[in-house]
Design a protein around this ligand. Sequence first.
Ligand SMILES: *Cc1c(COP(=O)(O)O)cnc(C)c1O
Length: 404
Amino acid sequence: MLKLPIYLDNNATTKPDPRVVEAMLPYFTEYYGNAASRSHPFGWKAEEAVDYAREQIASLINANSKEIIFTSGATESNNLAIKGVFEMYREKGNHIITVNIEHKAVLDTCRKLEKMGATVTYITPGIDGIVNIEQIKNAITPQTILISVMYANNEIGCINPIKEIGELAHKNNILFHTDATQAIGKIPVNVINDNIDLASFSAHKLYGPKGVGALYVRRKNPRVKVTAQMDGGGHERGMRSGTLNVPGIVGFGKACEIAKTEMLDETKRLSKLRDKLENELIKLEETYINGSVKSRLPHVSNISFKFIEGEGLMMGVKDIAVSSGSACTSASLEPSYVLKNIGLDDELAHSSLRFGLGRFTNEEEIDYAIEHVKTAVNKLREMSPLWEMHKEGIDLKTVEWTEH
Ligand SMILES: *Cc1c(COP(=O)(O)O)cnc(C)c1O
């Protein structure tokens, strides 16, 4: 039976899997010890649970459990990776290479470092949202200490050539960080094969709880170190102090274990549903898919419906939870910087919606979304003078508008 509203905003966050919640509960009620307490069973029990979760998480990305540093989420992981490398390797150089469609947690961190003496190159990707390896090659200088490129984009879902970027970084003795928040748990990520030195991710994007994440920090070939951004008790091998969020970490571990076993089937199921949604919506006139369709996450579709405001369309489909722009910037009516930076004009960027499918999305919901989005688009266009002019064959770019 169809239950409204329908959740299609799984890139903003995901519903915790009931199996994750179940695994967490005893760590609120019974095993509430501090994982750093060495002197009694309460502490031992908590530490044991954290160790187990660390294994579950490391195993999903082919890391060693010692290489997992727990944080409060991907925002903190990105801060720790980029600021931590900059501080630790400052003597080697001050240059960082990143991309201008990264998450704000990367971009704003880089902006902050520029005020502290860093030089940052912001690469503009192609219209498909994907970084060209040559662009990175050309940006490298003898001062470059870090390349930070996201695994997959949170707004359009495009996947970067991570393995090649990592290879290039290593050849040049440069560290490689990737914000893998949207990729881990959704597509296979292998830190060894992909030549990754540091990877940020977050439990709540893979059906785990909010407020817990991790930074993978490579320990061999090369051994990577980051300067702590949080000082205190020296937890997490000195890289991140603070009492561990034991229930959150247990849930994160369980979420990774489930992702590992179910990822392949889920990818097949979700890409089928996504393609159905997309193939139906694209039948509407003047409707465009944003970003790469070749190298893309299986569950994301970002679509522009020309001559319609994304915000208006969202109001027209109130029973469907989607987003226009990213969740972090959608409080403002600015069009998405991601869409603008890949080269969309303001009008197309403004008319976009992001559909993010997830583990709990079913076909009935997709059918509902197809029908209601189509109806809303047609209705809004019927009311639009711009659409009328377009239908009459007037090129809107040549119209001179008078000020009121
Ligand atoms: C959600 C997200 C983040 C932020 O993660 P939090 O755990 O919410 O801090 C960072 N990067 C990407 C790509 C994201 O999708």
